[in-house]
Design a protein around this ligand. Structure first.
Ligand code: ADP
Ligand code: MG
Length: 439
């Protein structure tokens, strides 16, 4: 069933009115979901992902444009589509099993078949033993699993998911992701396409065939990244990292050509670009502050006043934000990129992951990680590293750079440093694969 379009969104714009003001939630969106495809909508909060999902399923009529389903305009709610929300509403007076059976009944499944099919689905989502529990007795994560079981019971042709894993704990999220992928790959369900909203980049690359990247103000599609990897995907593989990087780059935008912006390795042709001398806590503080401002945009001079920072240290912070792709600078203003917004909104683990992925692309870190890789027992002495840095930096600056590398690398959990033995070492990968959930 290759490439037959199931959904076509054409020129969709959604306006909302509050009083006399008009607000454009999404503008001129074109999007196609083909049969057999698992497509993700990815972007910062407020870029119109949920709005678009509601429009696709016919829950909302767009101000302009059309949605075609199998070539026919969608009028009213599309019966072939089912949506799973971030938090799923269950009937409080029904048990877990009854909540799932409701969906089977709606599909016209005979009463004698409903019981065992509901139990099978409940088992699949990992709620074995909770068939007779009531929603109020379940945790939020467990309720979400019931929601999943119910959506699967509907066996929709188009399954729409709105941040379905973001309210779950890390382990439940990971097991549900796998369950969903397995069901999808098995062909046991009649679902022909999945359209999932997330703002978790790794989740998008882990699960989907194609990532539609959105930006906001106004909400719009900015690019499309194909994930041409077979399942099951390994998060540690080079290809996975490559695609994650590609998505980051799309979200980060670029003010200057990459090689100018990030410099080269110590001893290399263009020389290493020095890391700005900043504290990471100050950087996150500034990003959070800009995030609260209208338009995620601030005048640098006013920002300095407000934060009681001297302009030198603020400029170092904005420099770092730009180097990491979290912000762009123009005409005295600093504006967050979608990646910067994602970072500002994320929790600590997700932040560390984003930060790690960003610094891994800096030649200074790539160079150091390669040296560590080549070193005996992956250990490097401070003095050896320092001597290498002194090829590019005066001695005092080399010291400062090394301290910054250590601080950034520790925060990102890609480096560890023992202050007493003065040895550098790569941090062993311990971070959970799904720790980039946020909210
Ligand atoms: P996302 O899911 O990407 O976080 P949403 O689609 O929920 O974004 O919202 C996009 C923008 O539209 C937001 O600024 C939101 O406040 C606004 N919006 C969404 N629904 C409505 C509504 N019914 N009335 C007014 N504004 C809305
Ligand atoms: Mg949303």
């Amino acid at each position: 069933m290759p490439n037959e379009a199931l959904v076509k969104v054409r020129g969709v714009t959604q306006r909302f009115h509050s009083g006399r003001k008009e607000f454009i939630a999404v503008r001129d969106v074109n999007l196609t979901v083909n049969e057999g495809e698992f497509v993700v909508l990815l972007g910062p909060s407020g870029c119109g992902k949920s709005t678009l999902l509601r429009i696709v399923t016919g829950l909302q009529k767009p101000s302009e444009g059309t949605v075609l389903y199998r070539g026919e305009p969608v009028v009213g709610v599309n019966p072939q589509a089912t949506i799973v929300f971030q938090t799923f509403a269950l009937f409080p007076w029904l048990t877990v099993q009854q909540n799932v059976e409701v969906a089977l009944k709606a599909r016209g499944i005979a009463p004698e078949d409903r019981g065992h099919r509901a139990i099978e689905l409940i088992d699949r989502v990992g709620l074995d033993g909770f068939e007779t529990a009531y929603p109020r007795e379940l945790s939020g994560g467990m309720r979400q699993k019931v929601g999943f079981a119910r959506a699967m019971a509907v066996e929709p042709e188009l399954l729409c998911l709105d941040e379905p894993f973001s309210a779950l704990d890390v382990l439940s999220a990971e097991s549900l992701r796998s369950e969903l992928l397995e069901l999808w790959a098995s062909g046991d369900i009649p679902t022909k396409a999945i359209l999932m909203v997330t703002h978790n980049i790794e989740e998008a690359v882990f699960m989907s065939d194609r990532i539609v990247v959105m930006d906001k103000n106004p909400g719009r599609v900015v690019s499309d990244v194909v994930v041409d990897m077979l399942h099951p995907r390994r998060r540690k593989s080079a290809k996975f990292a490559n695609i994650v990087d590609k998505v980051y780059a799309t979200l980060a935008g670029q003010t200057q050509p990459e090689h100018v912006e990030i410099g080269s390795e110590p001893g290399g042709p263009g020389g290493a670009r020095a890391l700005p001398d900043i504290e990471i806590g100050d950087l996150t503080g500034v990003l959070e502050r800009i995030h609260e401002m209208p338009g995620r945009n601030a005048d640098i001079f006013r920002l300095a006043e407000e934060l009681h920072a001297d302009s030198d240290s603020l400029l170092r912070l904005t420099d770092a934000a730009e180097l990491l792709g979290f912000a762009t600078l123009a005409e005295g203003d600093i504006a967050l990129t979608p990646l910067g917004e994602t970072f500002a909104e994320a929790r600590i683990l997700a932040r560390k992951e984003i930060f790690a992925s960003r610094i891994r692309r800096l030649p200074l870190f790539q160079w150091l990680l390669r040296m560590l890789d080549a070193a005996d027992n992956s250990l490097l002495e401070r003095d050896v590293t320092l001597a290498a840095l002194e090829l590019d930096f005066p001695p005092e600056e080399a010291q400062r750079q090394l301290d910054l590398i250590i601080e950034w690398g520790r925060y990102a959990e890609i480096l560890s440093y023992d202050d007493s033995s003065e040895l550098l070492q790569p941090e062993l990968a311990t971070a959970s694969p799904s720790s980039s959930d946020n909210e």
